[in-house]
Design a protein around this ligand. Structure first.
Ligand SMILES: Nc1ncnc2c1ncn2[C@@H]1O[C@H](COP(=O)(O)OP(=O)(O)OP(=O)(O)O)[C@@H](O)[C@H]1O
Length: 295
């Protein structure tokens, strides 16, 4: 059974589609990064996973059950919305007491162990905390409810690079120690590369690319040469992006087979460039990009 399985998932706000025909399969214990430009549908997808939103079409299950339908299912999912929402007038201690009251699986032992890492006083109000302290408190509240799936919408967007690194490190520690499945959205592709083993690139409300990071990186290549070098590509090669500078032609292609070009003309592609290639293709296209088969 997958931790998350979505088939033909879609959601419209009125007449306006925000997410179209989304297929997704994420095994348990994995970390999925959801990336895409503003308005791509990331928050919509995460809202559907958490059960805050209901699909207009298609289906989604979390550990085999529709999200947000039973108390047990709600306890399975920890969701931290954009901007790590906390109660500004409540202290850190009050947040933790509230969490203990509201969550049947609350892990006080874990809280006692982790609370020192918040780097703040328990009497401080959430409104007085720095972005990094808020993010760490939101993470602690989310993991202490002992969910099986942890969902973060843009958890690090407002943090400086050092705090971001520290926050992501804490997150990864929790993932390993508590055997969590995690989904997080971000514009910061380099952060996602550090911690994700699965990726979904969204643009125009559609999945442009999805699957295990290592497989996707291995099946994409960069070709560099003149325009004439790549007029006919081997069967099964899909052109993702083609760019020209002067006489030089740079082409990003997808192919599961080795390509018959000399070293120097063909090379691997960095994760960040791969994601950007799909985002650029979707931005350039007058029609929405394809929804590739999920793995
Ligand atoms: N409550 C809403 N009512 C109407 N349209 C909405 C609503 N929420 C989102 N949308 C629209 O749905 C589309 C997808 O929005 P969504 O918030 O999922 O994108 P996103 O990728 O999370 O964007 P961002 O990176 O800016 O947070 C956008 O066109 C947005 O304007």
């Amino acid at each position: 059974m997958y931790a998350i399985e979505a088939t033909g998932l879609g959601l419209r706000y009125g007449n306006r589609p925000a997410l179209v025909d989304c297929d997704l399969q994420l095994p348990a214990g994995r970390v999925l990064g959801v990336v895409g430009p503003n308005g791509a549908g990331k928050s919509t997808l995460l809202g559907l996973m958490s059960g805050l939103l209901r699909p207009t079409v298609g289906s989604i299950t979390i550990f085999g059950k529709p999200p947000g339908t039973t108390a047990e299912q709600l306890a399975d999912v920890g969701f931290v919305a954009q901007n790590t929402p906390l109660y500004a007038d409540l202290t850190v201690a009050e947040h933790l007491r509230l969490g203990a009251k509201l969550n049947p699986r609350w892990d006080q032992k874990l809280v006692d162990e982790y609370v020192g890492r918040l780097n703040t006083h328990l009497k401080h109000k959430a409104g007085q905390l720095s972005g990094g302290q808020r993010a760490r408190l939101a993470l602690l509240l989310a993991v202490a409810k002992r969910p099986k799936l942890l969902i973060f919408d843009e958890p690090v967007a407002t943090l400086d690079p050092l705090v971001r690194r520290e926050f992501l490190r804490s997150l990864m520690e929790s993932v390993v120690e508590l055997e969590l499945t995690v989904v997080l959205s971000s514009h910061l592709v380099s952060d996602l590369e550090r911690i994700c083993d699965y990726i979904t690139v969204l643009a125009n409300g559609r999945v442009q690319l999805a699957g295990p990071v290592d497989d996707l990186v291995a099946s994409h290549h960069r070709l560099i040469g003149t325009h004439d070098d790549f007029t006919s590509l081997p069967d099964g090669t899909e052109v993702i992006l083609s760019e020209h500078t002067g006489r030089q032609n740079t082409v990003v292609v997808r192919s599961d087979k080795p390509l018959p070009y000399p070293t120097g003309q063909v090379s691997g592609i960095e994760f960040e460039d791969l994601v950007l290639a799909y985002m650029l293709r979707a931005a350039d296209a007058s029609v929405p990009g394809p929804t590739p088969p999920s793995r």
